[in-house]
Write a protein that binds this ligand. Structure first.
Ligand code: MRU
Length: 344
């Protein structure tokens, strides 16, 4: 069963509702820009690349039924880009995709509204389809760093559900499957939203990939027991100096990997690299509702009024990263110079 995270279907944006997985497979039609904002904010769609692709379609959705001049439509694009940019703060793919759509809109030289709208739709489709190639290429690079049969730990969901296909961190597992190789994947459950349990274990299991679900506090044990020879995570933003923001808990895994001398790889499409962000300390970290911690599956697991701190991401310093693996190549032991060089 192949699931489509994001689909442009008969003039409508269709999203797989990831808040309902793994129990229910529900697709939602998202027909207004407000609904696009809401889908990103409530994590119906989540994962940095998927957020970027959805936002790109969101810009088109915002002017899909617009009536007026092209000049007025351009102003509308700029307004809705500002609005969509407030949906989530950490994944830079959101801002990257919005910026690309806005620049495209401003460059279009026509008075024909229909043509203007169509060019923007084509740009969103291009952002969507490019993501597949990017992930495949990241997977190819990652495969050069791994050996068939190894145990690999991953955190959160940087899988097909977070992207268009293959995922970033999971792409070598899918490619290995295509080639008759296999890895033993350990998926952290990833509290408080359980993306590792609800999404990663679900999609890898469905794909016939060897996956073992563990709770977050078991990562040290599987490393100490020699079950894991590599860690691969995705990321939401790479700062210019190579520091990386990813799902809360990633930093702890990186520290453990360092202690146990296990390579720690970050799978990163280049749109996730933010050269305007000098260091990890400059990356905005989303804080989400206390209810995610208090009632992770709907029932209270703590006193309703207890103080709760719920940062959704953390920053792993470059010094803990063995390599950042992009579609353009591998940045070993990242430094600012090496991160900048990948764009040349
Ligand atoms: O809060 P989420 O589920 O959007 O967080 C997702 C992650 O942290 C992923 O690891 C990251 O976005 C990379 S997805 C290829």
């Amino acid at each position: 069963m192949e699931l489509n995270t994001i689909e442009w279907k008969k003039d409508t944006l269709v999203l797989l509702d990831q808040t309902k997985l793994p129990n229910d497979i529900v697709y939602v039609e998202v027909q207004t820009v407000e609904k696009v904002w809401d889908a990103i904010h409530t994590m119906i769609v989540r994962g940095a690349p998927a957020i970027g692709v959805t936002a790109a379609y969101g810009v088109y959705v915002a002017i899909q039924h617009f009536e007026g001049s092209v000049t007025a439509a351009k102003e509308e694009v700029q307004k809705q880009v500002q609005y969509l940019a407030t949906s989530r703060p950490t994944a830079v793919n959101l801002f990257w995709a919005l910026e690309r759509m806005e620049q495209k809109a401003l460059q279009i030289d026509t008075n024909d509204l229909e043509m203007f709208q169509d060019i923007l739709l084509q740009e969103a489709i291009a952002i969507h389809t490019e993501d597949i190639e990017i992930n495949r290429s990241i997977g190819e690079h990652l495969l050069t760093l791994l050996e068939d049969g190894q145990g690999v730990l991953t955190h959160c969901n940087a899988g097909a559900l977070a992207t268009t296909k293959y995922g970033t961190a999971t792409s070598p597992f899918y490619l290995a499957k295509e080639r008759g190789m296999s890895f033993k994947v350990f998926a952290d459950e990833t509290r408080p939203r359980f993306q590792g349990a609800m999404l990663t274990s679900f999609e890898l299991f469905n794909a016939g990939i060897d996956v073992t679900l563990i709770t977050d506090n078991m990562a040290a044990t599987v490393m100490a027991q020699g079950k894991v020879q590599g860690v691969i995570v995705g990321c939401d933003r790479v700062a210019a100096n190579g520091d990386v923001a990813n799902k809360i808990g990633t930093l702890g895994v990186a520290i453990l990997a360092k202690y146990y001398n296990i390579p720690f790889y970050v799978a990163t499409p280049t749109p996730t690299i933010d050269l305007h962000c000098p260091t990890g300390a400059d990356i905005p970290i989303e804080e989400r509702s206390v209810d995610e911690v208090l009632k992770p599956t709907g029932q209270y697991v703590a006193p309703a009024d207890v103080k709760v701190y719920n940062p959704s991401f953390d920053v792993t310093p470059a010094a803990l990263i063995t390599a950042i693996v992009t579609e353009k190549g591998i940045i070993e032991h990242p430094t600012e110079e090496k991160v900048r060089a990948i764009f040349n």
